[in-house]
Design a protein around this ligand. Structure first.
Ligand code: SAJ
Length: 428
């Protein structure tokens, strides 16, 4: 006869272990801790664990610092290198892709291996990491392979573990708002697992939480980011077309978007971050013959940084000792995240192709250049005014508020060659 999960006694706070204290795991741990749970955040990085236990956040995310500091001070949140026992395990580890663009599930596997010995039966395990279809089932199978005494459905009288997928879908820079206001999609390996996961997220999410199966939830997340990637690829292709026909792409898109059923995103220097530049490949890897448009959009967006580099090199080739101010390294505005950043890729490529140039990088969100740039003697990290004052070419790569709102006449931009990849200084 199937066993039902062991209910958590109402007198005790739910114990939640959040595996991975990154951009998603730490906000999730903090918000659960402030909504009634006792949370342990588990991470392999001792520096991250130490920072969180001091009530500090090791990256920039508005409002997260206050929440983490409060939860740690109230002893509702602590961090650990060791997996504890818990009622709920939330897996929020990276799922990068390998050279062939298929997902590298080694962090998910490591999390499953660490969780498995802590299970007694009755726990809920939620995968939040963005994952190809089938990953939640894979995680469950990996646990059950070493815990044959447990089951997903009570078969053979074995205690149940509930396993579900609840993909994160919050926008970096707005995480603390969107965790509360965005709808969540939950997919269970069993209907019970899905409903139990929904109850967990209902403790802090004020929006709707529809429940489906795990594979549909997995694909939903990938489709959201692919939709955005295809739309940005369309915008980047329009920018290329406009260059050829001599039209201002920003004005073109603004005018086209006045149609009530047209909503084109913005062209830029390429698509970065760990989500939109990665997730579409998981669909392509799952259905290589079928996902033609999704693959093409990735290729279109991946080609943009190279075109930006060519434009800057063409300007620099007209100067004997060119000085370039490169504004921004992050993958999007007002954050310190340099992962998969086209700006970073562009600066690295310029440094290679223009060894005789001086490249001054302005990035207000970092204090040291990333490893591939710090070793280049002709690349320096500088402040905005100094870098622009010395530059022949000003390359705007990231629309950080500090750049967009800078007094352009004070910076003397009218005297410079300006390559504005974001359309932020269009009225120059
Ligand atoms: N970008 C453009 N043009 C645009 C919008 C964005 O070039 O019009 C570029 C950005 O500069 C950046 C990249 O795209 O390099 C991605 O930025 P983003 O703001 O579009 O998205 P992310 O990667 O920060 O967050 C996305 C979000 N997904 C969607 O909006 C569908 C977020 O909700 C997800 O939670 C996140 O991916 C994730 O973790 O998957």
């Amino acid at each position: 006869m199937p066993l039902t999960p062991v209910p958590v006694p109402v007198t005790r706070r739910q114990r939640v272990a959040v595996v991975g204290l990154g951009y998603i795991g730490l906000p999730t741990a903090a918000i659960l801790a402030t909504h009634g749970a006792d949370v342990v955040g588990v991470d392999v990085n001792p520096a991250t664990v130490a920072a969180v236990n001091r009530g500090e956040v090791p990256f920039v995310e508005p409002d997260l610092g206050t929440m983490v500091a409060g939860a740690v001070a109230q002893e509702r949140l602590r961090a650990s290198l060791v997996m504890p026992e818990a009622d709920v395990f939330i897996v929020a580890v990276p799922t990068p892709f390998g050279p062939d663009h298929s997902a590298d599930l080694s962090y998910v596997d490591a999390a499953a291996d660490a969780i498995a010995p802590q299970l007694r039966g009755g726990e809920l395990v939620v995968l939040e990491s963005t994952s190809p279809p089938g990953t939640t089932a894979h995680l469950a199978q990996r646990i059950l392979a070493v815990r044959a005494d447990l089951s997903l459905d009570g078969e053979g009288g074995r205690p149940i573990i509930d396993v579900a997928h609840c993909p994160e879908r919050v926008l970096p820079g707005r995480v603390m708002v969107e965790l509360v206001t965005n709808d969540r999609v939950v997919g269970g390996l069993t209907p019970e697992a899905g409903h139990r996961a929904r109850e967990l997220y209902e403790t802090f999410c004020q929006a709707e939480i529809p429940v489906t199966d795990a594979a549909t939830a997995e694909l939903t997340k990938l489709v959201e980011n692919s939709f955005r990637d295809v739309n940005i690829a369309f915008a980047n292709e329009l920018a290329h077309v406009c260059e050829r026909v001599g039209v201002d792409v920003w004005e073109l898109i603004e005018l086209a978007n006045r149609h009530p059923r047209v909503s084109i995103l913005q062209p830029g220097p390429g698509v970065g971050g760990h989500c939109i530049a990665v997730d579409p490949w998981f669909i392509v890897a799952s259905a290589p013959e079928e996902a033609q448009l999704i693959r093409r959009a990735r290729e279109v967006n991946d080609a943009v940084p190279g075109r930006v580099v060519d434009r800057v090199v063409a300007h620099a080739d007209r100067l004997r000792a060119p000085r370039i101010a490169a504004l921004g390294l992050a993958f999007k505005p007002d954050i310190d995240d340099l992962r998969e950043s086209p700006a970073r890729q562009i600066v690295a490529s310029l440094a290679q192709r223009l060894p005789h140039a001086r490249i001054d990088v302005v990035e207000p969100f970092i204090t040291a250049l990333p490893p591939e740039l710090v070793t280049q003697p002709h690349v320096m990290l500088r402040d905005l005014d100094g870098a622009v004052a010395d530059a022949d070419i000003v390359l705007l790569l990231v629309d950080h508020t500090a750049f967009v709102q800078a007094d352009r006449s004070r910076l003397g931009l009218a005297e410079k060659v300006v390559v504005d990849t974001r359309g932020a200084w269009r009225d120059l």
